[in-house]
Design a protein around this ligand. Structure first.
Ligand SMILES: *Cc1c(COP(=O)(O)O)cnc(C)c1O
Length: 222
């Protein structure tokens, strides 16, 4: 067994236990965050059966995509500079960091096909974090109607870096509540069925609170 296979088994077990504990039944997809690892390590991840890969820089994304192309689904999980949109937007399957109108505008201009986007929300309100405040999310989504290349498939957040489980849980729960508010709007361009939340240190809490995509780097491929 390679180490990644071993890590993956353990993570899958923890996800299943978390679902049982919380009595939730959503399908949880694992995004292997390969931003800090080599081509070789990424190849191991694919061999282990991981199909969702996450990168947070155009260079990393393009290098790995060049190597593995259609063997994976490509997730762009970092903040994306408007001037770099054209380099990556037609290379990815999901964007996790839509957080401003200027970015939406540029995506709409450059994308050949509609792009699956998550709105990044800064639920915790930490200054260091990217994303819209909770109050800004719904007005922002409504303003995206005019862009036919943007499809809002869900919300994404990062929990604060703390050991306080109560604080982390509240962030994930707030994101889920917000997602359900968006669903209720029944906007055709914003089905918003997905929740991208949970990383190496907090994915079990995220799953308990309804995550459908967890983004795991260190604990999986690190
Ligand atoms: C790096 C990164 C991750 C993975 O973090 P780990 O703690 O290594 O699991 C998840 N999401 C985003 C947005 C990241 O930048």
């Amino acid at each position: 067994m390679t180490k990644i296979i071993h890590n993956l088994e353990s993570i899958n077990e923890k996800i299943n236990e978390a679902k049982k504990r919380a009595q939730v039944t959503q399908d949880v997809k694992i995004i292997a965050v390969t931003k800090q690892v080599s081509i070789e390590r990424t190849s191991e991840a694919i061999e282990a059966g991981l199909i969702h890969l996450g990168e947070n820089r155009p260079e990393g994304l393009l290098t790995k995509k060049g190597e593995f192309n259609n063997q994976a689904k490509w997730h762009y999980i970092g903040s994306l500079q408007t001037r770099k949109v054209k380099q990556v937007i037609n290379e990815i399957d999901y964007l996790h960091s839509l957080d401003r109108l200027s970015l939406a505008e540029e995506i709409n201009k450059r994308a050949i096909n509609p792009v699956n986007c998550f709105i990044q929300a800064n639920v915790s309100g930490e200054e260091s974090k990217h994303g819209l405040s909770t109050e800004e999310v719904i007005p922002f989504i409504k303003s995206l109607q005019q862009y036919d290349k943007i499809r809002i498939i869900g919300l994404m957040t990062m929990a604060p870096n703390t050991d306080d489980e109560t604080v982390i849980r509240k962030v994930f729960r707030d994101l889920k509540n917000l997602q359900q508010e968006v669903v209720k709007l029944s906007l055709p361009f914003a089905p918003c069925e997905e929740l991208s939340m949970g990383m190496s240190n907090d994915f079990e809490i995220a799953v308990e609170e309804g995550a459908t995509f967890v983004r795991i780097g260190t604990a999986l491929v690190g």
